[in-house]
Design a protein around this ligand. Sequence first.
Ligand SMILES: NC(=O)c1ccc[n+]([C@@H]2O[C@H](COP(=O)([O-])OP(=O)(O)OC[C@H]3O[C@@H](n4cnc5c(N)ncnc54)[C@H](OP(=O)(O)O)[C@@H]3O)[C@@H](O)[C@H]2O)c1
Length: 419
Amino acid sequence: MNKLRIGICGWGNVATGLFKTLQTNAGEIKKRSNLEIEIIAIGARRDNPKCDPGNIIIERDIFKIIDYDIDVVVELIGGVDVARDLIIKSLNAKKHVVTANKAVIFNHGDELLSIANKNGVNLLYESSVCAGTPIIKLLKQELAASKISKISGMLNGTSNYILSNMEEGMEFESTLKLAQEKGYAEPDPTFDIEGTDAAHKIGILSSLAFGSSLPPKDFYIKGINEIHKDDFKYAHEMGYTIKHLAIAKLTNNSIDLRAHPSLVKLDSYLASLKGVRNGIEVETDLLGTLHIAGSGAGQEATASGVISDLIYLSDSKIQKVNNNNESSGLINFIDLDFQYYFYIEASDLSGVMASISSIFANKDVSIESISQKENLNNDLVPIIIITDPFKEKDHQELVDKLLDLDSVNKIRSIRIEPQ
Ligand SMILES: NC(=O)c1ccc[n+]([C@@H]2O[C@H](COP(=O)([O-])OP(=O)(O)OC[C@H]3O[C@@H](n4cnc5c(N)ncnc54)[C@H](OP(=O)(O)O)[C@@H]3O)[C@@H](O)[C@H]2O)c1
């Protein structure tokens, strides 16, 4: 039987889930992995009313955990600066580190992994992307023989929950409130709805699949807050729905990295995943397209990923290598080509369709389809346009020119992701 002695830093949601799962599932872990995991100490600056740690030592100073006779420091405090400091001190003390912290890995991953390499220890972070849904080790190990060409998916459960409800006719604000009531969204949901959380996760996956640096250079991030429920209605009529997609794609040895709302085909795999679930598609040369979906948050799901890292560490037969990125460059977002959906709210007057079409023609943007929808109550009419692909750098100028027309009241536009 292998044994692993661990210290946990942080005593919140995930730490509680880890503590409880190590108790309830100890037999399963022993049976399946021949491993006994012993918690030696917990770093907690206050008691946890939801969990009695029994005889386990509680240290008020989380940094003291490093001094115990342990194999692994499990970092579950979140945030960036203190977590970075804690991880560096742990690695330099030759302790392996397991973390669920996407923010610290996104912002300091390259630095931390090189410190781990220098010290001959491991830094593992399965739970940092999609909690316990296995994607990190899948990319690092199981798909190590495959060339990966694209990773795309919904990496933020809150956004997917909100968009799924809007697809059923709910307004953005009321579904956000519902997500908060159900505990799917934080009281301050900015990170989720503005796309930052999904961007951190795709940044981490891109570093594993394509060797982009951590942190990556600037890349395009847009959230879901400008989408209207009517966009779903019009998208459906044309065989699409709307998802918040995070994408990393290799094109001519450069990486196309971005996170933003996209129209996807209604019959696609990603379109079928509703609610808080995370879902990822990985395109490979040897296995074709792989689909992975699962819970992307919650204390049990996250504990599952942390435990899978601990099991991996305990297997002495596996030679561990922290990834050592050979940095590939990111493609400049404005040089990419996208097909677009446009919602244009215009005055219901003759000649308006012609003047709108001529703006597209003057910018050399071909229109695949154009249709005028039912009048809104106030003499305005929605016009829905699907374009052929055109350069992103022309998009804003096109929008500005359309808004210059006296007859145009409002515009929303969403990129279409080819499948
Ligand atoms: N919750 C999820 O579903 C989920 C999913 C995937 C990944 N993660 C990641 O897992 C990590 C932990 O998340 P969580 O949900 O467990 O957070 P949480 O409930 O807020 O717990 C954080 C814990 O760390 C402690 N802490 C924070 N900063 C500290 C500091 N500077 N010094 C000492 N203690 C500190 C907090 O203590 P106080 O109570 O005293 O503030 C609390 O005990 C985060 O990196 C998060 O992104 C979470």
